[in-house]
Design a protein around this ligand. Sequence first.
Ligand code: ZN
Length: 367
Amino acid sequence: MKLNSKFLLSALVFGSGISTFSSVKAEDRALHNVPKATASRFPITDRIWPENPGDADVCIWKDDKLGAVTVTIDDDQAGQIDWWVEQGEMYGYRFTWFIITNWVGNKGVGGKWEQFQEVVKKGHDVQSHTVSHLSDKELDIADEYRMSKQIIEEHIPGHPVTTVAYPGGGQSHRNNHDAAARYFIAARGTSAVINKVNRMDYMSVSSVSGQFVFNNPGTWADLGHMIERTRQKSLYRGWYCAHFHNLKPKNRDHVVKAFDYLKSHEDTFWVGLFREVAMYAQERDTAEVATKIMSPAQIALSLRDRMDDTIYDFPLTVKVRLPDDWQAAIAGQNQRQIECTVAEHEGAKFALVQAVPDAGTVYLRKN
Ligand SMILES: [Zn+2]
């Protein structure tokens, strides 16, 4: 059995020193959050092309993209929902609204629940920016987190709220990472840098204020840092989160330019929801893939992670080297066909399979 794991390299992060997945304690297989990094969790590599037929590797990002980008909008901003939705449709991107729940239906910019139900229907996301932006002194910080999650989930049934953006401004000192970690799998923090892929702090994900500098070529906020290794090595393959507030029409040009840039580098950037990127990254950080069967017509893999399966159900992209005589492959997991595409690299074929960790053996068949 051939093991491949980013996690094995990161055993120290968990302080356990364990050497195989099977010796992980049951409670450590249901983590709510990956603990803060005390060292790099894995080396930052270029795309990996497994060497022998049947070898598998969990891609750093979905679809083997080089970097991840999330676009988030704070403080409800009801008047601008239509513009963002239009951009989403035009470019094929999905965005995350972090909303202040007690502004909805009240304050001018707060908007209506129907608007937020509609954006979720269109594939975007609505997550927590607390109940009152921490201005209500009667609510303690745990209430702000817990109640906002509950209120959004009540108004948008079937829609999970698992992430929060910490409010800035005068009350920002009230934010509490430990309290937030009880309710959320990740939080958007307040420092403005590109997140390093191998030492992310999931309860304080850094975010660039996109208001004026969403992709500023030649500066620290340049999206190119994530896809060109020759620049700042530690930012290569990182996660670029941008956040917006009241984006006035006269300040939109640079945002459109950034979308054009991302679109023209579609093979290299994954533009996703904040919640999805947070799930993917933590599943990946703790994932272990092993080849169980390698026969002429079938490959079987086990794919596990250490995250709580009731929340973390986002598929990881697993790259599998195919035998030379396979033209194509079909993949399945848990009695269902799953997405599988085939890529070629230096004359060899590789399947990119979208599989959920801990959701059953992954099978590939010659096609
Ligand atoms: Zn805010």
